[in-house]
Design a protein around this ligand. Structure first.
Ligand code: ZN
Length: 700
């Protein structure tokens, strides 16, 4: 295991800055620290608010992530006040948290880690605590103590499993004080604690202990067949992709329809899916012994909080699935397994002392041998974390099975962690949910103009957005803009030509594979052409009809197929035009194509209403800004049709509406957001005008 410590980087750093440096080094390697797991600390002298010297423990704040941690994420606590607690025989969690809060150097600091006392009671200046994969191969053993003693002798102390909290901290402190030759503590089914008199020593001890653990497990696993034969080889990549694209929306619907206590039935309990078919994972799930191992439980309490106590496992059956029928069969199997999991989970909660009625009974991980793993999260970020934790968890299981016999938390232990208020508090520190953060949208014509503004507005409301356009670079640029503002998993740039059936299908498939389904479609792609009917060329007529009418038809058809398969309703928002209700001269092809689009949307509203799929229209007028529609040529031609100079066109449109307002793409995007969201849950087949008020274009 390679040390990332660079003396030239660390030189000149001291105290808290050096703690930040060391913490980020640990946080950089996902095999050591995953997504907010692990914690680090420093004991040193500071001055309190009156200038008196005081011994202070700086420890990671609850919910902070070592990868990105900064000095402000380490609350300081008066060490003497913490050490007083060593005299106590016991202390409950509430009293412990209250005590910790009283010890804070800065009263407004974030809550310190729930493992704060673990750090306080280890009598060394620098302490690192990780749940690293390599140590868990030894710590998650039926015979963990023997392996730890064989690997480390007197250099490490072994601490039997106990839920984190006061007693565990006290036991660790006593064990470390009683073992002067030790430089590490291995916590059964939990992780590793190392320490040092300097920051570098503490960090490099972590690495050397993990390297030794890897060697030890590797030596003993050599030549052993670990998980038995591959009973379900992976499907071919193409077949996997095709099957996943069909299955994911179905599964998303199944999971989202399970009632969850405390959340509104339906939309509130929606999930976003992440499909993982990495080679390691496919190999793991396809092995004979994998189901038993996966069902044995997660590697640590930390893993448990993300993957839950066990996965659901769905058999693929024998034939490599290809067609609709196979997807139906597999979706039915998923539905059975999800229901089975929910029954089992409620029983699990009741049996171990919890209130089953209050628990979310859905699996967060589904293993499908041959296809991979499908994980469910509140949003894509959460699903990514669960998937990462799962992948590392399977590495631990395989390494542990290679060494001896993998052993996880007992069901009682798992239950007590899952419903432990302090863990629930830590989980509640995740980013707040936004209005649309469980939703997925696909927007066409989104590289510029109204489409772009709609994509940005939906993303701002938390939505995951497939930004599609015939102009792939333009779509990518808008997607990148969203990712930079709202996070890596929030947007996807997709080349999509609305006039090409295969391209439309591929665009929707990309969204389904990225997030597991679809909730919102904004049909915005469109072109214009100016000519009086008598001089209108057949080729121009065809071109405009193809994009504005046929293109919209192809997009709507694909959307409604997916939304129906998913079965959780949906919203299709169509960008129409003021021209449909109040046509102008020389705009025949455009107005006729938009009228066809609008009429099709209204028919679709009638057909899809019983599936709770809403179809609504926005009629903007004269949105010039950043528009692909208003080319120089169209501007000149429209100006001529109105008998004015081209540079006076925008002003002409502004003055002709009742409010005397210029209509912007953002104005239209607000209307799109309203129709896309549940705020308009009772509205379908509706025309919403965003035109500054035009009497002749009032819908009737
Ligand atoms: Zn821990």
């Amino acid at each position: 295991m390679q040390s990332l410590w660079r003396d030239e980087e660390a030189r000149g750093l001291s105290g808290l800055d050096l703690l930040v440096y060391r913490s980020r080094l640990l946080g950089r390697d996902p095999a050591l620290v995953l997504w907010g797991g692990g914690n680090t600390s420093l004991k040193h002298q500071e001055h309190d608010f009156r200038g008196r010297p005081v011994a202070v423990l700086r420890v990671k704040g609850s919910g902070a992530d070592l990868r990105t941690i900064g000095p402000g994420d380490f609350p300081g606590l008066r060490l003497d006040d913490l050490l007083l607690l060593q005299e106590r025989a016991s202390m409950d969690d509430d009293a412990m948290v209250a005590w910790l809060m009283q010890c804070l150097m800065e009263p407004q600091a974030r809550r310190p880690s729930i493992e704060t006392l673990l750090h306080a009671f280890v009598p060394h200046p620098h302490v690192d605590h990780t749940h690293a994969d390599a140590i868990l191969a030894l710590a998650d053993q039926r015979d963990a103590r023997r392996h730890v003693e064989a690997a480390f002798g007197e250099q490490a102390v072994f601490i039997p499993y106990r839920r984190p909290g006061f007693l565990l901290s006290k036991e660790v402190g006593e064990a470390v004080r009683g073992a002067p030759r030790a430089h590490a503590a291995v916590l059964e089914r939990h992780g590793l604690i190392t320490w040092g008199s300097g920051a570098k020593e503490s960090y490099e001890t972590t690495l050397s202990v993990l390297t030794r653990a890897e060697e030890y497990a590797g030596d003993r696993a050599r030549g052993r067949v670990v998980l038995g034969p591959l009973t379900q080889p992976p499907l071919e990549p193409q077949a996997r992709r095709r099957l996943a694209a069909r299955l994911l929306p179905r599964l998303r619907g199944i999971l989202s329809r399970v009632p969850v206590p405390g959340e509104a039935e339906g939309p509130g309990s929606r999930v976003v899916l992440r499909w993982d078919d990495s080679d390691d994972l496919l190999d793991f799930v396809g092995r004979e012994a994998a189901p038993a191992l996966a069902l044995a439980g997660p590697a640590t309490p930390d893993h448990l909080m993300y993957t839950r106590v066990r996965p659901a496992i769905v058999a693929l059956h024998d034939a490599p699935p290809a067609g609709e029928e196979d997807t139906d069969r597999l979706a039915a199997a998923c539905e059975r397994e999800v229901a089975k999991f929910a029954d089992w989970y409620r029983l699990f909660v009741r049996k171990h002392g919890g209130a089953a009625a209050a628990a979310d009974p859905r699996p967060r991980v589904l293993l499908v041998p041959g296809l991979g793993a499908i994980v469910a999260g509140r949003d894509a970020r959460h699903a990514r974390i669960v998937a990462d934790v799962l992948r590392h968890g399977t590495q631990v299981m395989m390494a542990a099975a290679g060494l001896g016999e993998y052993r996880s938390l007992t069901l009682q232990e798992a239950h007590d962690i899952e419903f432990w208020p302090l863990e629930l508090y830590r989980m509640s520190l995740a980013p707040k949910e936004a209005e649309l953060s469980r939703r997925v949208a696909l927007v066409t014509g989104a590289a510029r103009g109204i489409g772009r503004a709609a994509a940005l507005r939906l993303a701002e409301a938390g939505c995951h957005v497939a930004v599609t356009d015939r102009d792939a670079e333009g779509a990518d640029a808008v997607a990148e803009e969203i990712r930079a503002r709202h996070g890596t998993d929030r947007a996807l740039g997709v080349r999509l030509d609305v006039t090409d059936e295969a391209s439309v299908a591929a665009g929707f498939e990309a969204a389904a594979l990225a997030w597991g389904g679809l909730d919102i479609v904004v049909s915005s792609a469109g072109i214009a052409h100016v000519s009086p009917v008598e001089r209108l060329e057949r080729s121009d007529w065809d071109r405009v009809m193809l994009v504005n009418a046929t293109g919209h038809f192809l997009v709507s058809r694909e959307a409604v197929r997916i939304l129906k398969a998913q079965g959780t309703g949906g919203s299709i928002v169509v960008i129409g035009s003021k021209n449909v209700l109040a046509p102008g001269k020389d705009f025949g092809a455009y107005s006729a194509s938009k009228a066809a689009q609008v009429q099709l949307a209204r028919v679709l509203a009638i057909e899809a209403g019983s599936d709770r799929i809403r179809v609504n229209l926005v009629h903007p007028d004269a949105v010039f800004q950043d528009s692909g529609l208003w080319s120089d040529e169209v501007r000149q031609e429209r100006a001529r049709a109105h008998g004015i100079a081209p540079e006076g066109l925008e002003e002409f449109y502004r003055k002709r509406n009742l409010l005397g307002e210029k209509v912007t793409a953002e104005d239209v995007a607000e209307a799109v957001l309203w129709l896309a969201s549940d705020r308009s849950l009772k509205t379908t087949g509706c025309i919403l005008t965003v035109d500054g008020g035009l009497r002749e274009a009032f819908p009737r």
